[in-house]
Design a protein around this ligand. Structure first.
Ligand SMILES: NC(=O)c1ccc[n+]([C@@H]2O[C@H](COP(=O)([O-])OP(=O)(O)OC[C@H]3O[C@@H](n4cnc5c(N)ncnc54)[C@H](O)[C@@H]3O)[C@@H](O)[C@H]2O)c1
Length: 275
Protein backbone atom coordinates (compact mmCIF):
# COMPACT_ATOMS: atom_id res chain seq x y z
CA UNK A 1 0.00 0.00 0.00
CA UNK A 2 1.21 3.52 -0.74
CA UNK A 3 0.20 6.46 1.45
CA UNK A 4 0.84 10.14 0.78
CA UNK A 5 2.66 12.65 2.96
CA UNK A 6 3.18 16.29 2.00
CA UNK A 7 1.78 15.52 -1.42
CA UNK A 8 4.53 12.97 -2.06
CA UNK A 9 4.05 9.19 -1.90
CA UNK A 10 5.52 7.61 1.25
CA UNK A 11 7.72 4.55 0.88
CA UNK A 12 5.58 1.78 -0.56
CA UNK A 13 5.29 -1.15 1.86
CA UNK A 14 5.25 -3.53 -1.13
CA UNK A 15 8.55 -2.09 -2.28
CA UNK A 16 10.08 -2.34 1.21
CA UNK A 17 8.87 -5.96 1.37
CA UNK A 18 10.82 -6.82 -1.79
CA UNK A 19 14.08 -5.68 -0.17
CA UNK A 20 13.28 -7.16 3.25
CA UNK A 21 15.19 -10.20 4.56
CA UNK A 22 12.74 -10.66 7.42
CA UNK A 23 12.69 -14.28 8.60
CA UNK A 24 15.64 -15.29 6.41
CA UNK A 25 18.85 -16.89 7.66
CA UNK A 26 22.09 -15.62 6.16
CA UNK A 27 25.64 -16.96 6.38
CA UNK A 28 28.43 -14.46 5.77
CA UNK A 29 32.09 -15.51 5.54
CA UNK A 30 34.90 -13.01 5.98
CA UNK A 31 32.70 -11.25 8.53
CA UNK A 32 35.46 -10.25 10.97
CA UNK A 33 35.93 -6.93 9.17
CA UNK A 34 35.51 -4.90 6.01
CA UNK A 35 32.81 -5.83 3.51
CA UNK A 36 31.78 -9.04 5.30
CA UNK A 37 31.25 -7.19 8.59
CA UNK A 38 29.17 -4.53 6.86
CA UNK A 39 27.14 -7.19 5.02
CA UNK A 40 26.31 -8.77 8.41
CA UNK A 41 25.11 -5.38 9.70
CA UNK A 42 23.15 -4.51 6.54
CA UNK A 43 21.48 -7.94 6.38
CA UNK A 44 20.56 -7.54 10.06
CA UNK A 45 19.09 -4.09 9.39
CA UNK A 46 17.01 -5.75 6.64
CA UNK A 47 15.66 -8.34 9.12
CA UNK A 48 17.84 -11.42 8.61
CA UNK A 49 19.28 -13.73 11.26
CA UNK A 50 23.02 -13.91 10.56
CA UNK A 51 25.75 -16.48 11.12
CA UNK A 52 29.14 -14.83 10.88
CA UNK A 53 32.25 -16.82 9.93
CA UNK A 54 35.95 -15.99 9.70
CA UNK A 55 39.36 -17.11 10.94
CA UNK A 56 39.58 -13.87 12.97
CA UNK A 57 37.66 -14.65 16.15
CA UNK A 58 38.33 -11.29 17.86
CA UNK A 59 36.99 -9.51 14.76
CA UNK A 60 33.91 -11.75 14.74
CA UNK A 61 33.21 -10.78 18.34
CA UNK A 62 33.38 -7.08 17.40
CA UNK A 63 31.06 -7.70 14.45
CA UNK A 64 28.61 -9.51 16.76
CA UNK A 65 28.55 -6.41 18.98
CA UNK A 66 27.75 -4.23 15.96
CA UNK A 67 25.01 -6.64 14.87
CA UNK A 68 23.60 -6.44 18.40
CA UNK A 69 23.67 -2.63 18.21
CA UNK A 70 21.65 -2.95 14.98
CA UNK A 71 19.06 -4.99 16.88
CA UNK A 72 20.19 -8.47 15.83
CA UNK A 73 21.83 -11.49 17.39
CA UNK A 74 24.71 -12.92 15.37
CA UNK A 75 25.86 -16.51 15.72
CA UNK A 76 29.65 -16.73 15.62
CA UNK A 77 31.06 -19.74 13.77
CA UNK A 78 34.87 -19.63 13.54
CA UNK A 79 35.61 -21.06 10.09
CA UNK A 80 38.57 -21.46 7.77
CA UNK A 81 36.87 -21.38 4.35
CA UNK A 82 39.73 -23.27 2.71
CA UNK A 83 38.72 -26.34 4.76
CA UNK A 84 35.73 -28.09 3.16
CA UNK A 85 34.71 -29.84 6.39
CA UNK A 86 34.59 -26.54 8.29
CA UNK A 87 32.49 -24.95 5.54
CA UNK A 88 30.06 -27.88 5.63
CA UNK A 89 29.87 -27.51 9.41
CA UNK A 90 29.00 -23.82 8.91
CA UNK A 91 26.02 -24.78 6.74
CA UNK A 92 24.97 -27.36 9.35
CA UNK A 93 25.18 -24.63 12.02
CA UNK A 94 22.62 -22.53 10.11
CA UNK A 95 20.15 -25.42 10.13
CA UNK A 96 20.87 -26.25 13.77
CA UNK A 97 20.48 -22.63 14.90
CA UNK A 98 17.61 -21.37 12.75
CA UNK A 99 16.24 -24.44 10.92
CA UNK A 100 16.81 -22.89 7.50
CA UNK A 101 19.38 -21.37 5.16
CA UNK A 102 18.33 -18.71 2.65
CA UNK A 103 21.38 -16.55 1.92
CA UNK A 104 25.08 -17.40 1.71
CA UNK A 105 27.68 -14.71 1.07
CA UNK A 106 31.23 -15.86 0.24
CA UNK A 107 33.15 -12.73 1.25
CA UNK A 108 36.37 -14.13 2.79
CA UNK A 109 39.42 -13.30 0.72
CA UNK A 110 43.13 -12.50 0.86
CA UNK A 111 45.53 -10.45 -1.21
CA UNK A 112 49.33 -10.55 -1.71
CA UNK A 113 51.34 -8.29 -3.98
CA UNK A 114 54.17 -9.74 -6.09
CA UNK A 115 55.31 -10.10 -9.68
CA UNK A 116 54.60 -13.40 -11.42
CA UNK A 117 58.32 -14.11 -11.76
CA UNK A 118 58.72 -13.88 -7.98
CA UNK A 119 55.61 -15.84 -6.86
CA UNK A 120 56.25 -19.00 -4.85
CA UNK A 121 54.15 -22.18 -4.86
CA UNK A 122 53.10 -21.19 -1.34
CA UNK A 123 51.80 -17.82 -2.60
CA UNK A 124 49.73 -19.54 -5.31
CA UNK A 125 48.40 -22.17 -2.93
CA UNK A 126 47.58 -19.76 -0.10
CA UNK A 127 45.58 -17.29 -2.20
CA UNK A 128 43.87 -19.91 -4.38
CA UNK A 129 42.80 -22.06 -1.44
CA UNK A 130 41.04 -19.16 0.28
CA UNK A 131 39.71 -17.06 -2.61
CA UNK A 132 38.74 -19.82 -5.02
CA UNK A 133 38.48 -23.10 -3.12
CA UNK A 134 36.85 -21.28 -0.18
CA UNK A 135 34.19 -19.85 -2.49
CA UNK A 136 33.76 -23.21 -4.21
CA UNK A 137 33.17 -25.05 -0.92
CA UNK A 138 30.76 -22.29 0.11
CA UNK A 139 28.71 -22.60 -3.07
CA UNK A 140 28.67 -26.38 -2.69
CA UNK A 141 27.62 -26.33 0.97
CA UNK A 142 24.91 -23.72 0.35
CA UNK A 143 23.63 -25.51 -2.76
CA UNK A 144 23.35 -28.74 -0.81
CA UNK A 145 21.68 -27.17 2.23
CA UNK A 146 19.19 -24.65 0.76
CA UNK A 147 15.98 -26.63 0.53
CA UNK A 148 13.54 -23.74 -0.08
CA UNK A 149 15.50 -21.90 -2.75
CA UNK A 150 17.92 -19.16 -1.84
CA UNK A 151 20.54 -16.67 -2.90
CA UNK A 152 24.29 -17.26 -3.04
CA UNK A 153 26.46 -14.16 -3.37
CA UNK A 154 30.11 -14.50 -4.30
CA UNK A 155 32.66 -11.73 -4.09
CA UNK A 156 34.78 -11.31 -7.19
CA UNK A 157 36.75 -8.10 -7.90
CA UNK A 158 37.40 -5.44 -10.52
CA UNK A 159 40.80 -7.15 -10.52
CA UNK A 160 39.09 -10.18 -12.07
CA UNK A 161 37.83 -8.03 -14.96
CA UNK A 162 41.11 -6.48 -16.08
CA UNK A 163 44.85 -7.15 -15.97
CA UNK A 164 46.14 -6.43 -12.47
CA UNK A 165 49.94 -6.12 -12.29
CA UNK A 166 51.45 -7.47 -9.03
CA UNK A 167 48.09 -9.07 -8.28
CA UNK A 168 48.10 -11.90 -10.83
CA UNK A 169 47.16 -14.72 -8.42
CA UNK A 170 44.45 -12.66 -6.74
CA UNK A 171 43.06 -11.50 -10.11
CA UNK A 172 43.13 -15.03 -11.50
CA UNK A 173 41.15 -16.38 -8.54
CA UNK A 174 38.59 -13.57 -8.84
CA UNK A 175 38.06 -14.19 -12.58
CA UNK A 176 37.49 -17.83 -11.68
CA UNK A 177 34.98 -16.83 -8.98
CA UNK A 178 32.99 -14.91 -11.61
CA UNK A 179 32.91 -17.95 -13.87
CA UNK A 180 32.09 -20.33 -11.01
CA UNK A 181 29.13 -18.02 -10.35
CA UNK A 182 27.78 -18.61 -13.88
CA UNK A 183 28.34 -22.39 -13.74
CA UNK A 184 26.64 -22.67 -10.34
CA UNK A 185 23.69 -20.51 -11.47
CA UNK A 186 22.97 -23.03 -14.23
CA UNK A 187 23.33 -26.07 -11.95
CA UNK A 188 21.26 -24.69 -9.06
CA UNK A 189 18.59 -22.67 -10.88
CA UNK A 190 16.16 -25.59 -11.02
CA UNK A 191 16.16 -25.58 -7.21
CA UNK A 192 15.29 -21.87 -7.23
CA UNK A 193 18.74 -21.04 -5.92
CA UNK A 194 20.14 -17.89 -7.52
CA UNK A 195 23.91 -17.43 -7.73
CA UNK A 196 25.38 -14.00 -8.39
CA UNK A 197 28.57 -12.10 -7.63
CA UNK A 198 29.60 -8.58 -6.85
CA UNK A 199 32.91 -7.40 -8.31
CA UNK A 200 33.87 -4.47 -6.05
CA UNK A 201 36.13 -1.66 -7.05
CA UNK A 202 38.56 -0.10 -4.57
CA UNK A 203 36.83 -0.17 -1.17
CA UNK A 204 38.12 1.32 2.09
CA UNK A 205 38.60 -1.82 4.23
CA UNK A 206 41.44 -3.43 6.23
CA UNK A 207 42.51 -5.28 3.06
CA UNK A 208 43.54 -2.07 1.29
CA UNK A 209 44.30 -0.05 4.46
CA UNK A 210 47.40 -2.24 4.77
CA UNK A 211 48.83 -0.10 1.93
CA UNK A 212 49.03 2.95 4.23
CA UNK A 213 49.38 1.35 7.68
CA UNK A 214 52.78 1.60 9.38
CA UNK A 215 54.44 -1.37 11.10
CA UNK A 216 53.31 -0.01 14.49
CA UNK A 217 49.65 0.09 13.34
CA UNK A 218 49.49 3.86 12.86
CA UNK A 219 48.30 5.45 9.62
CA UNK A 220 50.68 7.06 7.15
CA UNK A 221 48.35 9.92 6.22
CA UNK A 222 50.41 11.11 3.23
CA UNK A 223 50.46 7.61 1.78
CA UNK A 224 46.74 7.22 2.47
CA UNK A 225 45.89 10.49 0.71
CA UNK A 226 48.15 9.70 -2.24
CA UNK A 227 46.85 6.16 -2.66
CA UNK A 228 43.14 6.88 -2.28
CA UNK A 229 43.19 9.99 -4.47
CA UNK A 230 44.96 8.03 -7.23
CA UNK A 231 42.34 5.29 -7.05
CA UNK A 232 39.48 7.81 -6.85
CA UNK A 233 40.74 9.56 -9.99
CA UNK A 234 40.29 6.29 -11.92
CA UNK A 235 36.51 6.43 -11.36
CA UNK A 236 34.12 8.60 -13.39
CA UNK A 237 32.57 9.38 -9.98
CA UNK A 238 35.98 10.50 -8.59
CA UNK A 239 35.62 8.55 -5.37
CA UNK A 240 36.41 5.18 -3.80
CA UNK A 241 33.81 2.87 -2.25
CA UNK A 242 32.76 2.34 1.35
CA UNK A 243 31.82 -1.13 2.65
CA UNK A 244 28.17 0.04 2.57
CA UNK A 245 28.39 0.54 -1.21
CA UNK A 246 29.15 -3.18 -1.46
CA UNK A 247 26.67 -4.37 1.19
CA UNK A 248 23.76 -2.51 -0.41
CA UNK A 249 24.46 -4.27 -3.73
CA UNK A 250 24.62 -7.53 -1.78
CA UNK A 251 21.29 -6.73 -0.12
CA UNK A 252 19.71 -6.36 -3.55
CA UNK A 253 21.09 -9.75 -4.61
CA UNK A 254 20.03 -11.37 -1.32
CA UNK A 255 16.47 -10.06 -1.49
CA UNK A 256 13.45 -10.94 -3.60
CA UNK A 257 13.91 -7.64 -5.45
CA UNK A 258 16.46 -9.52 -7.58
CA UNK A 259 14.35 -12.68 -7.99
CA UNK A 260 14.92 -12.78 -11.80
CA UNK A 261 18.68 -12.15 -11.55
CA UNK A 262 21.05 -15.12 -11.62
CA UNK A 263 24.47 -15.90 -13.04
CA UNK A 264 25.36 -12.20 -13.06
CA UNK A 265 28.37 -10.25 -11.88
CA UNK A 266 27.26 -6.85 -10.55
CA UNK A 267 30.02 -4.24 -10.47
CA UNK A 268 29.92 -1.67 -7.64
CA UNK A 269 33.19 -0.14 -8.88
CA UNK A 270 32.38 3.51 -9.55
CA UNK A 271 32.55 2.86 -13.29
CA UNK A 272 36.25 1.90 -13.28
CA UNK A 273 35.39 -1.17 -15.36
CA UNK A 274 32.26 -1.22 -17.53
CA UNK A 275 31.33 -4.66 -18.81
N1 LIG B 1 38.60 -3.82 -0.44
C1 LIG B 1 38.64 -3.83 -1.76
O1 LIG B 1 39.04 -2.85 -2.42
C2 LIG B 1 38.12 -5.03 -2.52
C3 LIG B 1 37.98 -4.91 -3.92
C4 LIG B 1 37.53 -6.00 -4.63
C5 LIG B 1 37.20 -7.19 -3.98
N2 LIG B 1 37.36 -7.27 -2.63
C6 LIG B 1 37.01 -8.54 -2.00
O2 LIG B 1 36.06 -8.32 -0.98
C7 LIG B 1 36.16 -9.38 -0.02
C8 LIG B 1 36.23 -8.76 1.36
O3 LIG B 1 37.45 -8.05 1.46
P1 LIG B 1 37.66 -6.78 2.38
O4 LIG B 1 38.08 -5.68 1.50
O5 LIG B 1 36.49 -6.61 3.27
O6 LIG B 1 38.96 -7.27 3.14
P2 LIG B 1 39.22 -7.66 4.66
O7 LIG B 1 40.64 -8.08 4.69
O8 LIG B 1 38.77 -6.55 5.52
O9 LIG B 1 38.24 -8.90 4.88
C9 LIG B 1 38.55 -10.19 4.46
C10 LIG B 1 38.19 -11.14 5.58
O10 LIG B 1 38.45 -12.48 5.15
C11 LIG B 1 38.94 -13.17 6.27
N3 LIG B 1 39.67 -14.39 5.89
C12 LIG B 1 40.92 -14.49 5.38
N4 LIG B 1 41.24 -15.78 5.22
C13 LIG B 1 40.18 -16.52 5.63
C14 LIG B 1 39.92 -17.91 5.71
N5 LIG B 1 40.82 -18.83 5.34
N6 LIG B 1 38.71 -18.30 6.19
C15 LIG B 1 37.80 -17.38 6.60
N7 LIG B 1 38.00 -16.06 6.55
C16 LIG B 1 39.18 -15.63 6.07
C17 LIG B 1 39.86 -12.18 6.97
O11 LIG B 1 40.12 -12.56 8.30
C18 LIG B 1 39.05 -10.90 6.84
O12 LIG B 1 38.20 -10.69 7.96
C19 LIG B 1 37.40 -10.19 -0.40
O13 LIG B 1 36.99 -11.37 -1.10
C20 LIG B 1 38.15 -9.27 -1.33
O14 LIG B 1 38.96 -9.95 -2.23
C21 LIG B 1 37.80 -6.23 -1.89
Amino acid sequence: MTSKTDGRPALSSELVEQFSLHGRTAVITGAAGGIGRQAAITFTQAGADVLIADVGVAGLEETAEMVAAAGGNATIVPTDVSDRDQVNALADAAIKTHGRLDIWANVAGVIRYMNIVDATPEDVEFITKINLWGTYWGVAAAGRTMTNGGSIINVSSAGGDMPAPTLSIYAMTKAAVSHLTRCAAVELGANNIRVNAIAPGFTDTPMVQSRWTNADGSTNEAERESYTSTRAAQSPLRTIATPEDQSWAMLYLASDASRFITGQVIRPNGGVVMA
